[in-house]
Ligand binder design. Structure first.
Ligand SMILES: *Cc1c(COP(=O)(O)O)cnc(C)c1O
Length: 398
């Protein structure tokens, strides 16, 4: 014991660097209301789904999403699967979707035995290239699944016209797009269905969570049956039938009231959360512009008519070496930046379960060069100062 004390005293004083808190890439924003609403659920006798908090969250979402019928689900993945069930997708059917997206867009199709058909994205918005969609259609095509990457609207006018002309369903995977719009109309209101995500990497969150938006009234009655284990329990709860029974295909796609209570707190604070996120996004766009122009770095493109919801902020670096280069450079300064989707068409799952009629060179190229910067509602002014300064100090290798 004595020895240890002595040794400690003899050790020369090391210079102590001031601790720098890492700038996280993403973090759920605490509004302060989550615990109160959660406590209400825990004190109540109803913890399962479709109680008052689920109804409140659905009503708040309906206002944001243009009035479609909204059903909360345990995740966006489940909402996509629910859409695939409602469309009766099965073996032999094809669904066109981007190669540049999260796996769930494609697994929701493949899990029904249908074939995801991967097409390339446009180089400006990284959204579906509608010419490529058109070229990929066959007599087996049943639907198009579209993603609004970063919440920047895909070409919904042309996609809607194309789908209507051929009798195809359009499904918006709107995981990034809550709060976004195209020509004043909310993203999530253009498709036969739209799906939302409340994973804690998204703008509002319940940890895990999602929603199915049913915009085509023809699917309303069936959507509530499939979501409720194939029963007409929703009609029973409204007093429209005196018992509920098995009616149709189904599974359990209800989040518990515990999740919904957290989501209500988040949705009530939506405007505040969005203002904070836009503030960060706008600073990156303005303060990185001269550096980007000088070094051949492309910033995000938001076409006229598109209102984005500040879901993510990416930079397209000049080369693949710069993707790793910038991520490592920022990491050394405790700033967490990340790449994004890897091409589905060339992935093992995509090759086994999907079909790719034409190469997807834009997807392959941007997947190798894209870097996303930290973006969440909890970033302070000093955090953003640090990110901006760290990016400005980076010099692309080319
Ligand atoms: C996050 C995300 C999903 C999956 O959402 P979960 O709620 O985690 O299932 C699906 N599609 C896209 C485009 C996403 O970004």
């Amino acid at each position: 014991m004595t020895t240890r004390t002595t040794r400690t005293r003899l050790r020369p004083a090391a210079p102590v660097a001031p601790p720098v808190a890492p700038v996280r890439f993403t973090a759920p924003f605490r509004t302060g209301r989550e615990q109160e609403l959660l406590a209400q659920v825990l004190a109540s006798p109803m913890w399962h789904g479709d109680g008052v908090h689920t109804r409140t969250a659905e009503a708040l979402l309906r206002e944001r999403l243009g009035g479609g019928c909204v059903h909360l689900t345990p995740s966006c993945t489940h909402a996509l699967e629910l859409a695939a069930v409602l469309l009766d997708l099965g073996p032999g059917d094809e669904v066109v979707c981007p190669s540049f997206t999260f796996t769930s867009t494609a697994t929701a199709i493949a899990i029904r035995g249908a074939t995801p058909v991967f097409v390339d994205v446009r180089p400006d918005t990284l959204n579906l290239d509608v010419d490529a969609v058109e070229a990929a259609l066959t007599e087996r095509t049943r639907a198009v699944f579209v993603v609004h990457y970063g919440g920047v609207a895909a070409d919904v006018d042309r996609l809607r016209a194309l789908c209507d002309a051929r009798g195809l369903a359009l499904v918006e995977d709107n995981a990034h797009g809550l709060g976004g719009a195209w020509r004043g109309q909310p993203l999530g209101s253009f498709g036969t269905f739209a799906t939302q995500s409340f994973h804690d990497t998204k703008n509002v969150t319940s940890g895990e969570g999602g929603a199915l938006v049913v915009n085509d009234p023809a699917f309303r009655a069936r959507a509530e049956v499939v979501r409720e284990k194939g029963t007409d329990r929703s009609r029973f709860l409204r007093g429209e039938v005196d018992k509920y029974t098995w009616q149709d295909q189904g599974s359990s796609y209800l989040p518990s009231e515990l999740q919904s209570a957290v989501l209500v707190a988040q949705l009530e604070a939506f405007d505040d959360i969005q203002a904070r996120r836009h503030h960060v996004w706008d600073r990156y766009a303005a303060e990185l512009a001269p550096w980007a122009a000088a070094h051949g770095v492309r910033q995000m493109v938001v076409p006229d008519g598109a209102e984005h919801p500040a879901h993510l902020y990416y930079l397209l670096l000049p080369s693949a070496a710069d993707q790793g280069g910038l991520i490592r450079h920022l990491g050394m300064q405790e700033v967490s930046a990340v790449f994004h989707y890897q091409p589905l068409d060339s992935s093992p799952g995509g090759r086994a379960l999907g079909r790719t009629p034409f190469p997807c060179p834009v997807t392959a190229d941007v997947a190798a060069r894209l870097v996303r910067l930290p973006l969440h509602a909890g970033l302070t002014r000093q955090d953003v100062d640090r990110v901006v300064a760290a990016v400005l100090a980076y010099r692309p290798v080319a």
